[in-house]
Design a protein around this ligand. Sequence first.
Ligand SMILES: O=C(O)CCC(=O)C(=O)O
Ligand SMILES: [Fe+2]
Length: 105
Amino acid sequence: MSVGWHADDEQLFQGKSRDCRIISLSLGATRSFELRRNWSDASEDHTVRLELGDGDLCTMEGMLQKHLQHRVPREHQVSGPRINLTWRWIVKHAPGCPLSRRAFR
Ligand SMILES: O=C(O)CCC(=O)C(=O)O
Ligand SMILES: [Fe+2]
């Protein structure tokens, strides 16, 4: 299992235009989690690598989704199952949703 380079830029969370907090809990096998800048720079590799183990919490906050991408790279030496639970805050509600009036206060 792997997750390719991406930003969590879904409209629901508005992570490219305002502060956005995403909290994740990893359970199971330890996996690498990498971050890189959101624009190409072939001359230098600024990739940052973390290890997310069983029970680890990871947060991505502020404007991280605008400026950085993240991924969980393929690692052939890793075996065993892993799940990652995430908590995200919906800030863009459908028109007519009772929460939409509060969303941008
Ligand atoms: O599995 C992870 O640690 C990250 C998953 C992820 O990037 C996502 O759900 O958007
Ligand atoms: Fe993600």
